[in-house]
Each structure stands twice: as C-alpha cells, then as structure tokens.
Design a protein around this ligand. Sequence first.
Ligand code: FMN
Length: 326
Amino acid sequence: MTATGTWDQDTFAAAVGEAVLAPSIHNSQPWRFRRTVHGIEVRVDRDRVLPVCDPDGRAARVSCGAAATNLALALAVTGRPAACAAGPGVVRLAPDEARAATPLERRLHRQIPLRHTNRAPFVQARVDPGVLARLAEAVAAGGGWLDFAGDEATLAVLASLTRQADARLAADPRYVAELRAWSRSADLAVEGVGRSAAGAAPHPEELMPRRDFGGPDLAVTHDPTRSPAVAVFGVHGDHAADEVRAGLVLQHLLLLAADLGLSTAMYSQPIEVPAVREQLRRAVHRLFDPQLVLRFGYAPATGATNRRPVADVMEVDPALTAGRAG
Ligand SMILES: Cc1cc2nc3c(=O)[nH]c(=O)nc-3n(C[C@H](O)[C@H](O)[C@H](O)COP(=O)(O)O)c2cc1C
C-alpha cells in the first residue's frame, strides 16, 4: 500500500496484467489504466475505438467495464478490494475495507486466464436449465438482465435478426475492411483475432451466423452454432455510464459461465445495426437497448487471443511519481 492507502505500483501492474485479459470488440483492447492518488481509473482509449463497427464507442465502453471487473477481482484476492464506480467512459476503483476474498471471487478470479470467446463448434448437449437460471440470477443481482430464448420460435427470431444484421454489415466495404484489418493470419499478433481463435469460416447454413474473422472453410457435419442456450443481455439503462456498467456485469457473467464449465460465443452484429437493435429490444420486451447476444454451451477448448504489453496501457498520475504518495 502507499502512504495514501491506495495500491502500490507492483500491485497495480499485476492487476492490470489480469484486467487486459478481458474481452473486447475485435480484441481491440480500447482501454487505459491510470494509478491516481485516489485509486485506479480504467478509461476508454479513444484512439482504439473502431470507427466503423463502433462509431459511438459503445462497445469500447462495454470492453472497459469488463476489464474493470477483472481488475477488481485481481485486487480482491490480494485482500485489498476495490469499490467500483462507473461513469461515462470510465470506471474508478477506490480502496475498500481490507478483507479476505470470498470463495466466489476466488473462483471467478481463477477463470480470468482460462476464459476465451469460443467460435468452435459446440457439442449438441443441452445445458441444464438450472445452470442457465444461475447465470440469469447473477446478471440480475449485478443490475442487468439475461433473457434466454425459451422456445424455438424465439430462437428463430434472434437468429433471423442476427442474420439480417450480419448481412447488412457485410454489404458495407468499410465494415469488411475493418474486420479484415483485425483478423490475423498468425497467432502471434498482440491484438486482433488470430487463426486459432477465429474458428472455421461461418457456414451459410449455421443458425447463428458467427462473425467472419477469416478462419478456414471446413467440412461441417453439424451446425456449429446449434445450441439452444442463446440469450440477449442488457442492463437497466442505455446511456454511456450504463454501457460501462454493462461491461462490468458482462465479465462477471462470462467468468461465472466459465466456472460452470460453459463455453461462450458473442454476437454484436444485431447491436451494431440500430434498426435491428430496436427490433431485438422489442423481441425481448425490454425498455432499454440490448448490449449483446450470447450463446452458451459445451465445446472443446479454443485458441486464445494475445494482448499488448501492460506497459503500453498503464500510466501513473504525476502526483504519485513525484514520490508524494509512495
Ligand atoms: C462488446 C463486445 C462485442 C463482441 N462482439 C463479438 C462478435 O460479434 N463476434 C465474435 O465472434 N466475438 C465478439 N466479441 C468477442 C471478442 O472478439 C473477443 O473478446 C476478443 O477477440 C478477445 O478474445 P477473448 O474473448 O477470447 O479474450 C465481442 C466482445 C465484446 C466485449
């Protein structure tokens, strides 16, 4: 700890190393972490907001919220937890009263390096409804909602909206160029989605059209996206600070799903086309905009994506470097 009772530089650096393992749109890692006299701030890095698929920075804000959840868990297991406050484009973490991490915090923390977005074919096994209920309850406890498609008709609506959005986006050459720029043919790149994480190229027949990160064409024996556990996720609000909050809740959900042995695939195409997003909102009878469509199931482990060096995303308030506060 420092003289002001906040986290020291080593604790900060170690926690940022875990924070950056959060998901982000196209693995763009649109975040910066600043150690201040009051604690730590996670802010959107505007230079890394994707101009075509995320013109308003919504997905970047969700990504920052997700990173802040990892950061908070990393701090919690040191015995010096953080209180998180979400604002538009920022999460501020201030030291909370010292205490031992809870068993749940420890379990979620263990999943941080193990969780990956999975674009591989899911096995055709049903997820126990009790497990899905636990996910939805956790989201509700965090201030969000997770609405599973409870029947084939609803699933067909969600699939159709995802397909419509995907087709509209794919018709825009700027969108295609941006997606190509973040799809990497090697696995070594420190940003973007590499070959082993990309999964196979989307098949025209698949129910939930996956985003095409340039994976190879593979002979398909069953629909790789055929999984009944498809859900729409959001929070009770859709302003900039709510989007950051959505990221906080989303990462908690993803880590809990991983802890329960589930793989997760994410779909933001229907969120990125405003008219489709509105239809999606109506389809799930929600007041506020949805933030993501998710698919849960069981799948073999998938390739991971890499991250930029933590030194590239960390900064320290000059008041601290001047040595005034340790
Ligand atoms: C807001 C948001 C939207 C995303 N949308 C998609 C998507 O539409 N399709 C997809 O395959 N992955 C999507 N992802 C997952 C990212 O591509 C993934 O998090 C990133 O490549 C890093 O990989 P990882 O999750 O395995 O760590 C999304 C992630 C976030 C945070």
